[in-house]
Each structure stands twice: as structure tokens, then as C-alpha cells.
Design a protein around this ligand. Structure first.
Ligand code: NDP
Length: 369
């Protein structure tokens, strides 16, 4: 991993697209409003990701801790209360959630619910005056994502999306290699992420809760990768739905989807996402060489090579470095990092919806606006 100051200097110059290279929080001299050394985080929705990743991270982060929980399952409330020593006054359910406004222990609410519930709970968190982290995909429509960004802005609270890979060394190296043209100009990106889904009754297979299939769940990593490997924004997309081979599981969401995007300077991107095939790869071809990650997007350890050899980088716990990174930035500058902001999530939502529109209509959909 690059030294902290090097990484920071690099992050300051990540292009956020739309032709803009934004200044990053480390050069914004806002006055921090927090005197605390550790920020209190409340997890909303105690499912698999909250339990197996975020709670584990919050037990080892330097600058934030698990201060509260919000759950619809009383047995989980009891279990988490005991396990993490959470005071009764910091435990809420989905009905009592709004009372979190009066709880000074909670600085950040972290939404880890099924995708279609993100919008409601981000808006309620903003109304309660709490800063919000929200899991990916941030919403199930562009309109919802825009409302989430606007609500947080209006309430004067920060909105961040749980893009853990932005804090992960192999991914940061991909950003550096691509955006700084270390191996020349990027010409082509191949990005694939899929897995064989299990339980046919789970919310990920229900459009009303998931908003879509593998594209929403894991294809979003491929969209992110094409943007951070190039530092550019796509111009147009074409896409095709794969066949439905499992009629029991795939009644409302796609089983697999492929897409093609053109980025500025003629860069072409091929993407594939699936709930049927186990695949996790990123390959970037540049004028003077290539770089690739595989596995590229899961919890790791990630692995990578370039045309010049193996990438030897530290293996980290993604959620721990993400939460440490976000809270550090927040404690220093009173803002979440811009590269994982609500606006960044909104950009992805526009692309995901463009991919679905292209697949549905068979047309080339412009993303340039
Ligand atoms: P789970 O199904 O494991 O957990 C979701 C939790 O939400 C449930 O346990 C439940 O918690 C609560 N919930 C409330 N209403 C419902 C409902 N109608 N149906 C199902 N659950 C409900 O999902 P995950 O933890 O895997 O995913 C949650 C979010 O996190 C998703 O947006 C997903 O995309 C994202 N995620 C991100 C990952 C990453 O790497 N960044 C990895 C995995 C997921 P309770 O019982 O406490 O009410």
C-alpha cells in the first residue's frame, strides 16, 4: 500500500467524471464540529453484511465504534445487546427509529437493509439530523437516489455509500495505474462479477426489494471498476439480458446481463454480471501493457498482476479500512470522502438504469448527460 500521504495525494486527484476533477476533503478547511475521538455508528438492519463484516470491522476501528442498532427482530436486539454491550437506550426498531434524533451517542446511521428500503431510511436518518452511510446500490431508481442526495444536503448531513474497495490497496493500485496512465492509455476494460445464488426465497431475487438482479447487487462493482480504472465517465451503453435457465428463481429479476460501454478517447468496456456463474475478474488493456485483478471484488484476499509482474500489496479487512478512512476524513474535515459520496452513488445509479434500459429496448442508450 502506498504511504498514507502518497495515497491521500492520489485520492485528491481522482477524477469524478462529468469532466470535473473535484478537490478532495483533505484540502477543504472546514471546521470540524466533532470534539469526539470516536464516532458512534448505529447499524440499521442486522443481516449477513452487518453481522459478518460491519460489526467485525467496528470492533477493530480506531475512530468509530458500534454505538447502536436498529432491527425488526427482537431476538437479534437481545443477542447484539449482550455481545457488543450496547445500552438499551441505543436500540431501536423500524417504528421507533426516528427517536434516534435525540440520541447524542449516535453520530452516523449506517443503512444495511434490502436495496428498496435504503431510500426511506436515508430520508428518515436525514430528517433525524444524523449523518448517513448507505449500502450499495444506494437505491432502486435514479429518482430515489436524487431525493436521497437532496434530502441529506437540505438537512446538512453527510451521505456516503459503502464503496469499501475505494479503501482497498489492490483497487487503489488499479486506480493509480489507469488514471495516471502508468502503462499508457487505457484502451479496453473487461469486468465480470457473478456468483451462483442460493436460497430461492431471498430478497435479492425479488424485484420489489432488490430493484433488479445481479446487475444491482454485484454488477455495480463492474460499473465502478470501469469508472475508477479509467477515471472517466461512460458515453453510451448497449446491453443484453442472458437466458433464464432457472425458472424457479428468476421470475422478477434477470439471471445474467452483459453490457458494452464506450468511454471518452475510444475506450471500450465489456461487462458481465450473473447470479448463475461464479466469476470475479477485472482486466485492463493499455497501450504499453495490461493490469488485472482476480479475485477483483469480493472480500479478498484480492490478487493482481500487471504486464510487469505480480502485485504484492497488503491484504486488509475491507470494511475496517473503509470505516477508518471515512471517519478519519470526517473527524478532520467534517465531511465524508467525496469519492464515496451520495453523488458518486447517484452516478452509478444512472449507469445501472441505462444498462437496464439498453437491455429492455435493444437500443444504444446515451449516458453522456
Ligand atoms: P440480509 O438479507 O442478510 O440482511 C438484510 C437485513 O435487513 C435483514 O436481516 C433484516 O434485519 C433487515 N430487513 C428488514 N426488512 C427486511 C425485508 N423485508 N426482507 C429482508 N430483510 C429485511 O442482506 P445483506 O446483509 O446481505 O444485504 C444488506 C445490504 O447490504 C444490501 O443493500 C446489500 O446490497 C448490501 N451489501 C453490501 C455488501 C458490500 O460488500 N458492500 C455485501 C453484502 C451486502 P433485521 O432482522 O435486523 O430487521
Amino acid at each position: 500500500m502506498p504511504a498514507n500521504h502518497t495515497r491521500r495525494a492520489f485520492l485528491q486527484t481522482i477524477s469524478l467524471g462529468l469532466g470535473t476533477t473535484l478537490a478532495f476533503p483533505s484540502i477543504i478547511h472546514a471546521k470540524p464540529s466533532f470534539q469526539k475521538k470516536k464516532l458512534g455508528i448505529a447499524l440499521v438492519g442486522l443481516g449477513s453484511y452487518a453481522k459478518n463484516q460491519l460489526a467485525v470491522a467496528l470492533a477493530q476501528t480506531d475512530n468509530c465504534y458500534l454505538a447502536g442498532i436498529v432491527t425488526g427482530t427482537p431476538a437479534k436486539a437481545e443477542e447484539w445487546k449482550r455481545k457488543y454491550n450496547i445500552p438499551e437506550k441505543n436500540i431501536y426498531n423500524y417504528q421507533s427509529f426516528d427517536q434516534i434524533a435525540d440520541n447524542k451517542d449516535i453520530d452516523i446511521v449506517y443503512i444495511v437493509l434490502p436495496n428498496s428500503m435504503h431510500h426511506e431510511f436515508v430520508l428518515r436518518a436525514a430528517k433525524a439530523g444524523k449523518h448517513v452511510m448507505c449500502e450499495k446500490p444506494m437505491s432502486v431508481s435514479v429518482k430515489e437516489a436524487e431525493e436521497m442526495v437532496a434530502a441529506c444536503k437540505k438537512a446538512g448531513v453527510q451521505l456516503g455509500i459503502g464503496y469499501r474497495l475505494h479503501f482497498e490497496p489492490f483497487t487503489q493500485e488499479v486506480m493509480r495505474l489507469g488514471q495516471k496512465k502508468i502503462l499508457g492509455d487505457v484502451r479496453f476494460v473487461q469486468t465480470n462479477f457473478g456468483f451462483s445464488i442460493g436460497d430461492p426465497t431471498q430478497w435479492r431475487l425479488k424485484k420489489e426489494l432488490a430493484g433488479g438482479g445481479p446487475l444491482m447487487d454485484v454488477g455495480i462493482y463492474c460499473v465502478q471498476a470501469s469508472r475508477y480504472a479509467t477515471g472517466k465517465e461512460p458515453l453510451w451503453v448497449t446491453a443484453q439480458l442472458g437466458p433464464i435457465t432457472d425458472k424457479q428463481r428468476f421470475t422478477t429479476v434477470e439471471e445474467s446481463i452483459s453490457w458494452q460501454m464506450e468511454f471518452p478517447d475510444g475506450i471500450m468496456v465489456n461487462g458481465f454480471s450473473s447470479y448463475k456463474s461464479n466469476i470475479e475478474q477485472l482486466y485492463v488493456s493499455a497501450t504499453n501493457g495490461w493490469f488485472q485483478l482476480g479475485p477483483a471484488y469480493g472480500y479478498g484476499p484480492l490478487k493482481g498482476r500487471t504486464s510487469q509482474g505480480e502485485l504484492n500489496l497488503p491484504v486488509v479487512h475491507h470494511q475496517t479500512v473503509m470505516l477508518n478512512g471515512i471517519c478519519k476524513e470526517f473527524l478532520e474535515n467534517n465531511k465524508f470522502p467525496a469519492h464515496t459520496s451520495g453523488e458518486e452513488g447517484l452516478r452509478d445509479m444512472k449507469i445501472l438504469m441505462g444498462i437496464y434500459e439498453a437491455a429492455r429496448t435493444g437500443k444504444k442508450i446515451s449516458l453522456a448527460s
